[in-house]
Design a protein around this ligand. Sequence first.
Ligand code: 5RP
Length: 249
Amino acid sequence: INHKVGFVFQKLSFSVMSRIKEAKKSAAYLAVDKHVKSGDLVGIGSGSTVIFAVERLAARVKKEKLDIKCVPTSFQARDLVIQNKLTLTNLEVCPELDVCIDGADEVDENLDLIKGGGGCLLQEKIVASCSKKLVIVADYTKDSKRLGDQYKKGIPIEVAPMAYVPIKNRIEKIYGGNAELRMAVAKAGPVVTDNGNFILDWREYKQDSDWGKINTELVLIPGVVETGLFVKMAEVAYFGMEDGSVKNR
Ligand code: 5RP
C-alpha cells in the first residue's frame, strides 16, 4: 500500500510541478511580447522563470530580427544570454536600460517583492535600478496579499562574510526572528554569492512591517551589502495561473 501511495503522490506532485512550469512559461512569454521591442537594452534577471523569458527573446530575435542587447544579473543569466546567442553587454557600456525582466519569490498587492531565493539579489537590484521599468514574471504561487504570507524561506540579506555573525545578532535583537546563514547542499559550507558574499535568510519577522523603512535600516548596518526587499521598484507583475491564463498587476 505504501508503495501505491508513494506512486500516487509522485504523480500528483509531478503534475503540480508541470502546471507551475507552464505557468512560468506563459507569464514570461507574455511579458517579453508586451514589454520588449527592437532597439531595447534589456536587463536579464535570474531564476527558473527567466529561462523562459530568454527563450522567448531568442525566438523573437530569430523570427523578427529583434535588435536587443542584454545585461545579465548573475552568472546564470550571463550563461543563458550566451547559450541563447543573444548580444551580451554590461552597465559600463550601457548604464541605462529600457526594461528589466526578472522573477520573484513573492509579490504583494503593492508590487513590493521578496527576491534572492537564488542568491542573485545584489546584481538584480542594481540592474533593476538602472532600468526604466522592472517587469516581474512569476507563477501563481508567488502572488501574495502581504509580504511574508507566501514565501516561508525568509528575506535574503547579502552580507560581507566576516560580518555575518554580528549582523545576524543585530537583526535578531532589533527585529526578532532568525537570520540563518544560507548553507550549500548537504551543508557543504555557506552559499557564496556571485559577489563573494554570504546570505542570511531572515525568517519569522512581523508580516505587517513597513518594509521600505526596514530595508533602509538594514542596508545601513555595516557589512550588509543588499537586501532581497524590492520596495516600490516593480512596475508590473505577470502571474501565470493554474488554468493557463496570465494575470497581471
Ligand atoms: C534569484 C531570484 C529569482 O528571481 C527568484 O528566486 C525567483 O526564481 P524562480 O523564477 O526560479 O521562481 O530572485 O535571486
